[in-house]
Design a protein around this ligand. Structure first.
Ligand code: NAP
Length: 427
């Protein structure tokens, strides 16, 4: 029997591209044994022709269109990142009849619905397992093994940089500004950390997961997003005393026929399975109506783990090509109706600076109670005897809009000089 071949055009040879190439080389024999197909990298597209590389220069080109237009290449793996030129090249590849594997969360979060429909209409594969959770299989289980469930809640630690920073703050009793340079020196945070620490990366990832779980694309503009810059070591300490850790979570949950998707720092009980996902590790916890609680965790980024997901997708492509299958892109429609965060019912942590006077506590409790927010737990600390104190509350369940009104009412009139922090609590 003639040997089957999959001729691959690779766009990008950076952290993930070089890892995927190495894995295809190192594990070639076993991959061929499992698929009956020899996966060959025919061409690799890069930006900088002068950069020293560990492969012979003939395989590289800076003319990425020539790869995507090459009739000898049947599958494209896009590992450039961003939407331009990656989006145009992916679309061109699909229009040229090529299967596509990508690790690009931003592209899928912004244009996923359109691209999967295009792939489906052409009977092609479009896989993107590496786009969320690096080496952890999340997308395929959501698309297939868990698809019979109604997902009642999904929460993920989806960004290794922020999890590394928060874990270091917790373990070393350090502030964000002290930990960030160390994360940068270790290569866990970019020189410009905005994408990670302000929650954009998690927003892309949770919107991709929500789109799959709920079957329609969640527009990123509909995702409530907060980052971790304002978290302090003081809040970390109170969290610990109260039995919680602070994690940046991507959360989605159905609300009637809508879905609410949000990204923010969260007080998470120490007993929650996600609470022990530390450092650069990622985790996803979900509750399905039939399966119950499910937890995934592992290495969410890095050359080797991400290569593992990319190569897994390529193996799916090879198997599908071998049976001359109809393509395995799973389409989902655009425009998932979404629910605002203002209707969320949650518990909250709040840390305030008070004028240390008698009656202040009663006034604060009354002001909050009048807005429908009652206090469930409290810690107090005197900062300057008889002058200033710090009070920390955990509230009972309240709506976000009531809580915001209650916070706005905490002024000098009721003896509050500053609201330092408010953080949502997941129990
Ligand atoms: N890094 C991770 O751990 C990780 C994990 C999960 C998903 N991802 C995703 O994987 C993708 C790739 O990430 P990465 O970390 O491997 O990126 P990277 O190390 O920066 O590599 C990007 C590659 O794309 C090439 N490239 C960039 N812009 C280009 C352009 N305009 N034209 C042609 N080539 C261009 C670069 O060329 P030069 O080599 O010439 O610079 C480089 O080879 C992204 O979508 C990212 O979100 C990454």
């Amino acid at each position: 029997m003639a040997e089957r071949r999959l001729r691959l055009g690779m766009l990008g040879y950076g952290t993930v591209g070089s890892g995927a190439y190495r894995m295809l080389e190192d594990n070639q024999a076993s991959i061929q044994a499992k698929t009956g197909t020899r996966i060959e990298v025919a061409r690799i597209g890069v930006k900088d022709a002068q950069k020293p590389r560990d492969l012979s220069p003939e395989i590289f080109t800076t003319d990425l269109d020539s790869i995507v237009n090459d009739p000898e290449i049947d599958t494209i793996v896009e590992l450039i990142g961003g939407t331009d030129p990656a989006g145009r090249l992916v679309e061109l590849a699909l229009n040229n009849g090529k299967n596509v594997v990508t690790a690009n969360k931003e592209l899928m979060a912004k244009h996923g619905s359109r691209l999967v429909h295009l792939a489906k209409s052409k009977r092609l594969d479009l896989h993107y397992e590496a786009a969320v959770g690096g080496g952890i299989p999340l997308i395929q289980p959501l698309k297939h093994q868990l698809a019979g469930n109604d997902v009642l809640k999904m929460m993920g630690i989806l960004n290794g940089t922020t999890n590394f920073i928060l874990t270091a703050m917790q373990q070393d009793g350090a502030d964000f500004a002290e930990v960030l340079p160390d994360a940068q020196a270790k290569g866990y945070a970019e020189a410009d950390p905005t994408n990670d620490v302000d929650g954009f990366d998690t927003m892309y990832k949770i919107s991709v997961l929500a789109s799959i779980a709920f079957g329609r694309q969640v527009a990123i503009e509909e995702v409530h997003r907060e980052g971790i810059r304002s978290i302090s070591k003081v809040d970390m300490k109170y969290a610990d005393v109260l039995g919680y850790v602070i994690k940046l979570l991507g959360i989605c949950e159905p609300v009637g026929d809508r879905v609410r998707v949000r990204v923010h720092p969260t007080f998470l009980p120490k007993t929650h399975p996600l609470a022990s996902v530390n450092g650069v590790y990622n985790g996803l916890w979900l509750h399905g109506d039939f399966v119950g609680d499910v937890m995934f965790s592992g290495r969410g980024a890095g050359s080797d783990p991400t290569a593992s997901a990319v190569v897994g997708d390529l193996i799916d492509v090879a198997r599908n090509m071998a049976i001359d299958g109809p393509g395995s892109a799973l389409p989902y429609d655009p425009d998932m109706p979404t629910e605002s965060i203002t209707t969320l019912r949650s518990r909250y942590y709040i840390r305030i600076r008070t004028l240390d006077r008698p009656l202040v506590l009663g006034k604060i409790a009354t002001a909050m109670g009048q807005r429908g927010v009652s206090i469930a737990a409290m810690e107090m600390k005197t900062i300057v005897p008889h002058e200033e104190g710090e009070i920390v509350f955990l509230t009972d369940y309240a709506t976000e809009s009531d809580f915001r009104e209650a916070v706005a009412s905490l002024t000098a009139e009721v003896g509050v000089s500053k609201v330092h922090a408010t953080i949502r609590v997941e129990d």
